[in-house]
Structures are given as structure tokens and as C-alpha cells.
Design a binder for this molecule. Sequence first.
Ligand code: PEP
Ligand code: MN
Length: 338
Amino acid sequence: MIVILKENPDRDQLAGFIAWLEEKGIQVHTSVGENHTILGLIGDTSKVDIDLISALDIVADVKRVQEPYKNANRKFHPHDTVVRVGNAQIGGGTLTLIAGPCSVESEEQIISIAKAVKASGATLLRGGAFKPRTSPYSFQGLQAEGIRMLKLAREETGLPIVTEIMDATHLPLFEDVDVIQVGARNMQNFNLLKELGKLRKPILLKRGLSSTYEELLMSAEYIMAGGNENVILCERGIRTFETYTRNTLDIGSVPVLKTLSHLPIIIDPSHASGKASLVPSLAVAAVAAGADGLIVEVHNDPAHALCDGPQSIRPEVFDTLACKLNALHKFLKTQPDV
Ligand code: PEP
Ligand code: MN
């Protein structure tokens, strides 16, 4: 349920109203807007009398929220959420470029790629240390050593680091990681999501291979229900009958998720296509659709990459692409909303 307050509500009445709701076991989430303050009521509101609330002096309107996601719902929080990471921000009208290799392979590799993508305008560095691989015989990532190397690359470049967690028991290793990624395969690992909800660190939550928008938002809700509101959604392609591409990029997810939720949404054109040659077009489409950013796999030697070489673009390709994406984003900002 959401309660829209009148402008400048009486403070004592408001405090009394919130205390009354909390006594009933209802959590109250306050969102202060330019004109109106909105109270999002979370919990069993079935016994709350809408007419009684509507009659209060301080209340302008009351609506029931049908969707099962509350904290992630735009109705609860009409303004875009902006997630801040060091000097970078995700959401709120900016275009954030996250780039780096699929996996951290060596100090030299991660540092040289970090320097290159930073020079091209990336504001965060990606790199997998724990890799969810389909085959147990494939490279599983450098794990703790990989995280150490990422931190070294951060020291060298100042870029905050984004890396994937596969198991809640690894959390101590992620203490000094700037953004924790939840991969597509773990989107519904509810115990992991609950643990991440206890943190206040940004979480990059990737859409599961066959998950609906509602399932993605319910996974975000798990994190937010614990009090961590720093969630970034990521569309990375879904499974369809098409096998030419690794996955099918659901570009419609951008306007849909922006309507349903206030959380920022970024696109991963690399896992969505599986082919380096397709990455630039999908990245351009993502910006055109209104994405808040991109996470792109970049490798200095794709032919010898230990993971996802075929979908990794070279630093010089990323450089040209970043220019094009920034120019397009700037141009679109000058155009009216339609
Ligand atoms: C990744 O980003 O390295 C990754 C494994 O992505 P996804 O979870 O989307 O497959
Ligand atoms: Mn990858």
C-alpha cells in the first residue's frame, strides 16, 4: 500500500501515524519527492482500513500496490535511484561504462586492460575471480588471488572494481570489493541475496537465463528487504529458441524495468551475444533504449583469453565504441521524451 501525503504535513500527526502503523507490524518506507512525500507500507496491510487512512488530514491519497515487489517498485519511490561508487554513479541520467576482461588472468593482464579502459572513459573495472563455468574442467578463476589482482589494478588506476560472488561463505574476501556482482545463475540463490541485503555495498544483479521481469525484481526485493537499497539491475540476454547468439538480448527490458522500478538498469551486450562482432550494435541499441550503462568484456588478447574470448572486444574497439556511445547519449539528452 502507498500513502501519498499532502504538502507540508503536520509533523506530530505524521509521527503519530507512522508509530500507529509500526505498532501493527507494518514497515514504513518514506520517499521524499519535490512536491509530495510518499509512504510505502510493507507487511500485512490487509487489515488496514483504507477509508480510515484516507480521512486523515495529512493524507492526499491511498493506493493498494498489487505487485509483490515493494521496495523495488517505482510506486514506492517515484524518483530514479542513483547508486554511487567512489566517484562514479549509476543511474540518474548518466551513462556508466563498466569494462574489463571476463576473468582476471594475471597482474599484467588486469592492469593493462584497466589502464586502457580507463583511458577510453570506463569508470568501473570488471573482472571475474570466481567463475561460474558450465564445465567443471574449464578455468574456474583465480579466486582470492584474482581479487588481490583486481585491487592492485584499482590502486594503479583508481577505478572501482566489480566482481562476481558465487557463495556467501566467500563474503570475507569481498569486504574491500566496490560492487559485488550476482551472476545470472545465482539470481535466485535466496540465501546469498539475503546475506547481500545485510551489506550497504552496491550489488549488480544480473537477470537469470530464464527469469521474468517480476522474478528479477523479486530477487532485488530480497536484497532491499534486508536494508540494502544499492541494487543495479542488469539485462544480459535470456534463453530463447535462437541459437545463433549465445543468448537473446531483451532490449525491451530497459523501458519495462524503468517503468516498474526506480532501480538503475545496465546492459551486458557481451554475454547477450557471445560474439565480439555483435557487441557494438547491441551496446548502441542499449543506449538508444535508455539504459543507465553497460558492462562490456574487453580483452587485450581475445584469442588466448581463458574465458569468453570470442565475445571480448579489443581495447581499441572499446575506445571507438565508448566515443560513439557517449556521443549518442549526449545527443539523446537534447531530444524531447516521446
Ligand atoms: C560474467 O559477467 O562474467 C558472467 C558470468 O555473466 P552472467 O552471469 O551474465 O552469465
Ligand atoms: Mn564472461
